[in-house]
Each structure stands twice: as structure tokens, then as C-alpha cells.
Design a protein around this ligand. Structure first.
Ligand SMILES: [Zn+2]
Length: 285
């Protein structure tokens, strides 16, 4: 089995609030061990976490080797105050604060920097985001400052313009990347930037009743078509399930994501090569 290049140990795939509450008074070791077991049992022996504000992924890294899992973490994600990202990390208002967070992540043992530059899908309405992305200048500054600090960048990003700007600014991986246009897919392929289209958090919603199925289906089909197109352009596409997200349990969620990627006709060789690159780049020097 391939590794999972986008997971969140802090979440349980069932209920975000109660999963986070478990760690309110310090990391709940039992919960982390349960998720690591699920990964190991599914044969997922490489995990790149997307970070959290409670030290869970940092702790998971300390335990992971016991389970034969190679674990990488940004410790926490960084977002601009007033924008999406509070559920996985810390905010900044000024560039001095942003640089201080990079420094803090490094001191806490981060393998790379995770940034949030756009909103998330509005699951109830196809082709809609909760908010647009940051400006070109902001995205460039965030990526360049992390690189200057010697760190690779994992960017949470949706929306065509924001994806284009984030790829152009040199992110080391693009997470989610919903609604990319033909031009942006070409840039993705040219730059050889690893892309994790995270189909499982959308597809696994089908039939659950929380959102209208026809809207969910539209988003799943749109993203599947774009993945197919990117694969035909020989883009660097990888397996990252967003495990921990609603209805994407650790272990099984990775297997589900693999199935969605196969339906989108991504060759195993592509997935394998992308994982190899992630293992090489998203590592402390
Ligand atoms: Zn995520």
C-alpha cells in the first residue's frame, strides 16, 4: 500500500468537535495510538500530517516508529487571521508574526511549513468555496519566507486563481486544488508540483444525508475530470486522503482515496513517484 501524504491525526473521521475536545487537556495518547494502528493495519506506512493546534501530530511522530510508520509533520498550520485555518493551527496578522510562527514550527521539530491560502469547499453548493484566497503578494511572501527559512511548503489551496498564484509562487505541494482551469493544470504539470486532489472527503459524503447528493456528486465529478486531465498532462499527482476529515477514517480513508484516484485513471507509477518526491522534499535538512 502507498503512504498517505495528507492526513490529520487530530481528527477521527466522525466528529471534529469531539475529536479535538479529547486533546483539550494534553494529547490523548489512546486516540493517537488508535489512529496509528488503523494506518498500520491498512498498510499505510508513510504519513504526512497537515498539522493541528494541539500538538497531536507532533506527538504522533514520536510514536509512529513503534508502528513502523514514517511520519512527517508541520506541527501546526499557519493562516492569516480572519481566514480559514483555525481548525488546524495558528493565525498571524503581521509578517513579523508570520516569520515568528515559522521559527516556532522549526523549534518544535516541524519537517516543513503548512500554509492555508484559501477557503474550503462549501459542500452544500457545487463549485463554491467558503471564501476566496489571499492576494498574490501575500501568497508569495508566505512561500518565499518559508523557503528562506530552509523549509518546504505544503499549501492548502482551492479556487482557480489562488491555485495558479500558489503554483507560480513555488509551493512544494498543492493540497485539494479544486476548480483548476485548463491553464492552471498546464502550470501544475509544467512545474512538476505534487498535487493531492483529496477526492475522498467529497466522494465519501455521497449518501450520508448531510449535504445534497447532487451537489456532492457534481464536485466529485468535476475534480475527477480534472485529475484525469492532469494525469494526461503527466502532472505529479499523489495519494493524500485528508484522513480524519468527516467520513474519511484513518487507514480506510487512504484506501478509499486510492480507489478514487484509480477511477480518475492515475497510474500507480505516478502515485509512487509523487510519494517518493514528498518523502525527499518534506524533510528537515
Ligand atoms: Zn487537510
Amino acid at each position: 500500500m502507498l503512504g498517505d501524504c495528507h492526513a490529520h491525526m487530530i481528527m477521527d473521521g466522525i466528529n471534529y468537535r469531539s475529536a479535538v475536545a479529547l486533546h483539550r487537556h494534553g494529547v490523548c495518547e489512546d486516540a493517537v495510538r488508535k489512529h496509528l494502528c488503523a494506518c498500520r493495519d491498512a498498510g499505510v506506512l508513510f504519513v504526512r500530517d497537515g498539522g493541528d493546534g494541539s500538538g497531536v501530530s507532533k506527538f504522533a511522530k514520536e510514536l509512529a516508529l513503534e508502528y513502523g510508520i514514517e511520519y512527517r509533520t508541520p506541527v501546526f498550520a499557519i493562516h492569516k487571521k480572519g481566514h480559514y485555518g483555525g481548525i488546524v493551527g495558528y493565525p498571524f496578522e503581521t509578517w513579523a508574526e508570520y516569520r515568528a510562527l515559522i521559527q516556532r514550527a522549526k523549534e518544535e521539530g516541524a519537517d516543513f511549513i503548512k500554509i492555508m491560502v484559501s477557503g474550503i469547499l462549501d459542500f452544500a453548493h457545487a463549485e463554491t468555496l467558503t471564501e476566496e484566497g489571499l492576494s498574490k503578494e501575500e501568497i508569495q511572501y508566505m512561500i518565499h519566507a518559508a523557503h528562506d527559512a530552509g523549509m518546504a511548503v505544503m499549501a492548502h489551496c482551492n479556487g482557480d486563481t489562488t491555485c495558479f498564484l500558489t503554483l507560480e509562487a513555488g509551493t512544494d505541494s498543492l493540497e485539494h486544488g479544486f476548480f483548476m482551469s485548463e491553464d492552471t493544470l498546464h502550470l501544475l504539470a509544467e512545474k512538476r508540483t505534487p498535487w493531492f486532489p483529496t477526492l475522498a472527503p467529497v466522494g465519501n459524503l455521497l449518501g450520508c444525508g448531510r449535504f445534497p447528493d447532487e451537489e456532492v456528486k457534481k464536485n466529485l465529478e468535476l475534480q475527477t475530470e480534472r485529475v484525469k486531465r492532469a494525469a494526461s498532462l503527466h502532472a505529479c499527482i499523489g495519494l493524500g486522503s485528508d484522513a480524519g476529515a468527516y467520513l474519511v477514517p484513518h487507514g480506510q480513508g487512504t484506501i478509499d482515496e486510492y480507489e478514487y484516484l484509480k477511477r480518475a485513471q492515475v497510474p500507480d507509477q505516478t502515485l509512487l513517484e509523487t510519494e517518493k518526491r514528498i518523502r525527499r522534499i518534506f524533510k528537515r535538512a
